[in-house]
Ligand binder design. Structure first.
Ligand SMILES: N[C@@H](CCC[C@H](N)C(=O)O)C(=O)O
Length: 329
């Protein structure tokens, strides 16, 4: 049974709905309205905070899909000074309750509605999906073992134990021929185009410092290769089957890790190193160091990419209703 179970939304007028029809939770148990007057006037929407290799997220459980989170509201929640702070937001919605998931979720009961820190929608988040499943386990909504999660990039299968690292089957990478040239501070590199459900441009560089401050998205050309923007990874070698990366994430800026980015980097390194499992018939594993830790990425002979890494829940609480009403307005 989840500990936090939002079942309210602000009324269109900005106030909170009365409790006449809200006295019971979706499980039929008495809800707060049935118990105290104070909670009637201050209904609480839950949040949690979590991270995977320091790519951090605000988690908002919204099983019945009742919250209307505009881009501006997400950006406000993810603001590190005026809000809770996060690289992105994970809204936890039942697949059956979300129009983007209903048709394609298959056996997946839960849909990961991922938003970048600026409120933009992205297809997939590799660190996010591990944290998402860690939350489901924490809230008692799934059991340890294999769990299917619906995302905008399709269903992803996740293996999690009660504690420790989480493994995600990230699907196959797409490697369109056309790449781009990325430029920072007068230096340019060719970047490989790798799609892990979301778009990445992977540039092998001599020194990670050459990526500069990464406060703004580095320019790339031709722009037509990524009409919806791109995540850009800068990569150096650390040893055999071992690389390190920095990333500028579309919609979030420089982050301390990007799971889909680490997969894209490993897939590009596999091709560069002539270790393609489809050719050798052997799985190959790369360690990808990110600023916030390390991820282990394996490509299998059928082209499937698996990612293993940590997923941590840090805190849980409730939004101040007045603040949230303003943020959602
Ligand atoms: N941090 C994520 C990727 C999040 C989405 C990305 N910024 C995009 O817009 O595609 C990850 O761990 O994969």
């Amino acid at each position: 049974m989840p500990r936090w179970w939002p079942s309210w939304r602000p009324s269109p007028s900005g106030g909170w709905p009365g409790c006449a029809d809200r006295g019971r939770t979706p499980y039929g148990r008495p809800g707060p309205c049935a118990r105290t007057i104070q909670l009637v006037t201050t209904p609480r929407i839950a949040f949690l905070k979590g991270h995977g290799t320091e790519n951090d997220f605000v988690i908002v459980p919204d099983p019945e899909g009742r919250l209307d989170l505009s881009a501006a509201a997400v950006a406000r929640i993810c603001d590190r000074r005026a809000g809770l702070g996060g690289d992105g937001l994970l809204r936890v919605v039942r697949a059956a309750a979300h129009p983007e998931a209903r048709e394609q979720a298959g056996e997946a009961e839960w849909f990961m509605d991922y938003r970048n820190g600026d409120g933009s929608v992205a297809e997939m988040c590799g660190n996010g999906v591990r944290v998402f499943v860690r939350y489901l386990l924490h809230a008692g909504l799934v059991e340890a073992g294999d769990v299917a999660i619906a995302t905008r990039a399709g269903v992803r299968r996740v293996h999690l134990a009660k504690s420790g690292d989480v493994t995600v089957s990230m699907g196959r990478a797409e490697l369109p021929e056309e790449g781009v040239t990325v430029t920072v501070d007068g230096r340019s590199w060719p970047a490989r185009n790798v799609n892990m459900g979301n778009p990445h441009a992977v540039a092998f560089v001599e020194d990670l410092a050459h990526a500069g401050h990464l406060r703004e998205a580095p320019p790339f050309a031709p722009a037509s290769v990524y009409p919806d923007g791109v995540n850009i990874e800068f990569v150096v070698d650390r040893g055999p089957r071992h690389v390190a990366m920095r990333v500028h994430e579309r919609g979030s800026g420089e982050t301390r890790s990007c799971g889909t980015g680490a997969c894209a980097v490993a897939v590009a390194a596999v091709r560069r190193d002539g270790a393609d499992p489809a050719v050798t018939g052997l799985p190959v594993t790369y360690t990808v160091d990110v600023l916030g830790g390390s991820l282990s990425i394996t490509e299998l002979p059928d082209g499937t990419v698996e990612m293993t890494g940590p997923a941590v829940i840090v805190a849980e609480g409730t939004f101040d209703p007045d603040w949230l009403t303003t943020a959602l307005a």
